[in-house]
Every structure is written in C-alpha cells, then in structure tokens.
Design a protein. Structure first.
Length: 170
C-alpha cells in the first residue's frame, strides 16, 4: 500500500517509501526491546541507518540523523531526556515522514539519490489547512448519506430456518 506524503516540490519525491506510522511502530518496538524509557540518539540512529537507508550510507548521515532526532525530540515533555514510547504519537505524522523516507532500509529510489526529504513546515501546513477549510465552507454541507436498509444489528433467525433442511427431509 502506498502512503501519500506531503511534497514541497523539492528533495525526495515522497512515493514508494514506508508508512510513517509503521516507522513509529518499528521505533517503539526497538525502544521496548532495548528497555529504553526515553528515545536516545544512539537508538534513533541505529533504527534510521539500517540496511541501505539514505542516512546509513551518506557521508553526513549521522549529522542528518541527529538533526531529525532533535526535531522529533522537540515534541517530548522533557526534550533533554528524549521522547517516551507513549509520547511518540505526539509527533505529527508529517514529521515522521522524514525519518521514514530517509531511514527506509530498502534505500533510496534512483530518482532520489543524494536527496533529502523536505518537510512541510508549520506555516505551509496552516496555509494548506486554511485553503481546505475555505473550500469546504464555500461548498457547504453535502447530502446526508442514506442506507438502503436500516442497520438493526440483529440476525433474522426466521430466514436461517427457511434455508435449512427439516429433520424429516434428511
């Protein structure tokens, strides 16, 4: 299944990389396995530099991983200690897109060789949200979907008995 990332028009073309939610689950599993209370730079770097990941093969991969780690950790209750496993969900998925793409262990697509994923910053994201809300306001509410049959959440036992052969017919 493909995941649609935001694309700013520069850097990695966000298609064909792992789902950021799956990346978060993988990171959480690594933290649990390591019995880590907080996400450390060492653990984060291990996860994003596996296999043929961009961050694992480029010369400045460790610096880039640290930069992403600092960005992600800025959402922690205590950034000096790092994110707790339960705080991973506080980081917006659009932020997790960067380590999910650059830390994809299958490596970069040929068209993305040497590129970085360009995040959609908060200002751009709020502009996009504003445009969508304005469009929805102009459009107005759509029709309420109607079901052909009411949902009763009951079995129709009489229907079941009609299709069964009777004892005397056996």
């Amino acid at each position: 299944m493909d995941t649609l990332y935001t694309y700013t028009g520069k850097g990695i073309i966000p298609q064909g990389y792992g789902d950021p939610l799956e990346f978060v689950r993988k990171l959480s599993a690594h933290m649990k396995h390591a019995k880590a209370k907080h996400l450390s730079l060492k653990l984060f770097t291990e996860v994003v530099s596996q296999g043929d990941s961009i961050l694992g093969i480029v010369p400045d991969g460790k610096k880039r991983a640290e930069k992403i780690y600092n960005l992600v950790n800025s959402y922690a209750k205590d950034p000096m200690k790092g994110l707790k496993r339960k705080e991973l969900s506080k980081v917006p998925l659009r932020i997790w897109c960067k380590p999910a793409a650059e830390g994809d262990e299958e490596g970069a697509l040929p068209c993305d060789d040497g590129e970085e994923y360009a995040l959609c910053d908060d200002e751009e994201f709020s502009n996009m949200e504003k445009v969508v809300q304005e469009h929805l306001a102009r459009r107005g509410p759509g029709p309420t979907p109607q079901s052909d049959e009411p949902l009763t959440h009951r079995r129709h036992y009489h229907d079941l008995h009609l299709s069964r052969p009777r004892r005397e017919e056996l």
